[in-house]
Design a protein around this ligand. Structure first.
Ligand code: BG6
Ligand code: MG
Length: 217
């Protein structure tokens, strides 16, 4: 029976995916390359330096390590400016009720975010107390689509991967959940997230989905 729920953060718990998008697009403009919505979909869930390198690969120029680090900082400064004022009002619809329901039903709740800003974001949202474990993105060897971060959370929560459900808005994230041997719930476009076991447009349907899974198990 699934009794562990592992959440992605950006685009699942809170609508910060749009801020990452804005900051990356600004960075792309700064180095003179295009940044499309398709690029953005490819970068969801992908770590900061990997995302930067994806964008820089579109440029004919070569960038030194020093330049890369400066550009990554520039994007992150932009991003931090964009999320400065976020609060619980930016939790996605259904998230708060889902946390309450999971707690009442005795589930464990983990966070598997690739973002190094995750601890600050959950604090701003006032939900840091909800999580039994928050993965440290800086300590995960292989980023999404590798399963490492989801396996790290399951291990920390003493949960078998087969007893865990992962919730993701990113293609790379859904791939990571499936590679970890977990049930994947996608939030977003079913055509894009076709690897997921279930896809819903927003987290509003999560409680019903978990109830069905509990009943079936
Ligand atoms: C993921 C986001 O959660 O974290 C990506 O989906 C982001 O858009 C990545 O690039 C890394 O975040 P940060 O905050 O460490 O730069
Ligand atoms: Mg995400």
């Amino acid at each position: 029976t699934p009794k562990t729920c592992i959440f992605d953060l950006d685009g699942v718990v809170v609508d910060t995916a749009k801020y990452h998008f804005q900051a990356w697009r600004r960075l792309a403009e700064f180095v003179g390359v295009a940044f499309t919505h398709e690029d953005n979909d490819n970068l969801k869930g992908v770590g900061r330096m990997e995302s930067l390198d994806y964008i820089l690969a579109k440029s004919p120029r070569l960038f030194s390590n020093k330049e890369r680090l400066a550009l990554a900082d520039q994007k992150n400064d932009d991003y931090k400016e964009l999320i400065k004022g976020i609060n619980a009002a930016e939790l996605l619809p259904g998230v708060s009720d889902t946390f309450t329901w999971l707690r009442e039903e005795g589930w464990k709740i983990g966070l598997a975010s690739a973002s190094r800003n995750a601890p600050q974001v959950i604090k701003s949202l006032g939900v840091e107390g909800v999580f039994d474990y928050v993965a440290d993105a800086g300590k995960i060897l292989n980023g999404k689509p590798a399963p490492d971060i989801f396996l790290d959370v399951a291990r920390a929560l003493n949960s078998a991967p087969t007893d865990a459900i992962g919730v993701e808005d990113a293609v790379a994230g859904v791939t990571a959940i499936k590679a970890a041997g977990m049930i994947a719930v996608g939030i977003g476009d079913p055509a894009l997230l076709h690897e997921a076991d279930v896809v819903m447009p927003t987290p509003e349907g999560l409680i019903e989905c978990f109830k069905l899974m509990q009943a079936k198990a």
